[in-house]
Design a protein around this ligand. Structure first.
Ligand code: FES
Length: 80
């Protein structure tokens, strides 16, 4: 079983615990220490909004989808 979820965030989310500790939650989906941010969001800083970038399990970019028909097909995929 597998699923595709498109992460559109380019930065982590700052969370402060009840004890006042600051935790940065990964929103880009590429963290080595998911769900905690590992800094890998720097890789997505220059991604264009009209493209979809595909990464392997090690965080290496393997493809960029910019074809209009493919982007249209992926339009309904869940985005977080
Ligand atoms: S937000 Fe994903 S690694 Fe930082």
């Amino acid at each position: 079983m597998a699923r595709i979820v498109i992460h559109t965030a380019k930065r982590p989310h700052r969370h402060v615990t009840d004890k006042g500790e600051e935790v940065w939650i990964c929103m880009c989906g590429l963290s080595d220490t998911y769900p905690i941010c590992s800094g890998k969001h720097r890789l997505v800083a220059r991604e264009k909004d009209d493209e979809i970038h595909l990464y392997d399990q090690h965080g290496n970019k393997i493809a960029v989808v910019s074809d209009h028909a493919m982007l249209k097909a992926l339009e309904g995929v869940r985005r977080v």
